[in-house]
Design a protein around this ligand. Sequence first.
Ligand code: MG
Length: 367
Amino acid sequence: MIIHSIETFSVAVPLTKPFKTALRTVTIAESVFVKITTEDGLDGWGEAPPTHVITGDSLGSIQFAIDQVIGPHLLGLDLHHSERVFQKLHRSMVGNSSAKAALDMAIHDLLGQLAGLPLVTLLGGYRDTLETDFTVSVNDAAEMAEDAARYVGKGFNVLKIKVGIDDIAKDVERIRAIRKKIGKEPKLRLDANQGWEAKEAVRAIGQMEDAGLEIELIEQPVKAYDIEGLQYVTMHTHTPIMADEAIFTPKDAVRVLQLRAADLINIKLMKAGGIYQALKINALAESYGVECMTGSMIETKLGISAAAHFAASQPNVTRFDFDAPLMLAEDIVEGGITYEGRHIRFSKLPGLGLHSELMNKRLLLKG
Ligand code: MG
């Protein structure tokens, strides 16, 4: 199974409602799709969205990294020696985790096809289905409460609430308004996307704990580089704290784990550089007794299919933040995972379960 060619395509799909966090507002999901074709005619697919404020990757840099730098190193390699392929993938360029993730997904798609197994089965097959949360963008308290009620009405029982954009006292008000509107039942997880300072985070989280707002966890309260601040928040609150932007690589994970700077880790393929590295981060976390969530950037169902196959395969991945495809006005991906409300199911087809001929047709039409 020799890698014969690697192609990239840029795609764009509008969102039904702007996605707003402390770091950015997204109205159109832009992405690079990659297709690796083997000499025996099989296609493997991957995706990388540009997330300038988190990974530093752009549409242009992702395509350049794949087309001009990493891709040419992979041509002619045999997927029967996948470790050699992954070594080459990660050593041919530093950084560029999104481009690496897209190639890694396509390689894993092909490895599933080589084995004749869905990727989730090949990787361990721990879960048969997943349930995703749904994200409430940061807006004023009344709009967020309305959005939260609408999502709960659609059957989502875990909401991820974006905060950290302005005044931390306003964030506490936002959560009060949401709880008042939707009651005690739905789980609420907060994501400050680096928007708080350590001491104010501790004060605000304490207020939410005292008010009985029942927060399941809080993602990345402080700046990505501020590991000491993350540790301070974790040590001075009862609510579990999750590291997200603070951890890209297995080495980043080791530091956070050794310092006990977070209670939980959010693994994203775009930060880790794909499933090969995500498995290492998850194994490290598991050995420290730290559970992981798997989340995503604003990606189509292609990237999320890869993330879901990884997440479902591992017992230590216990939380799933895979709502991005549900925010898009159109589904441009043929095959892959399927959604029924919050439930995600896997196809029995090998690899990521994509319908390659239809994908080719659709991308040519778009092209
Ligand atoms: Mg996050």
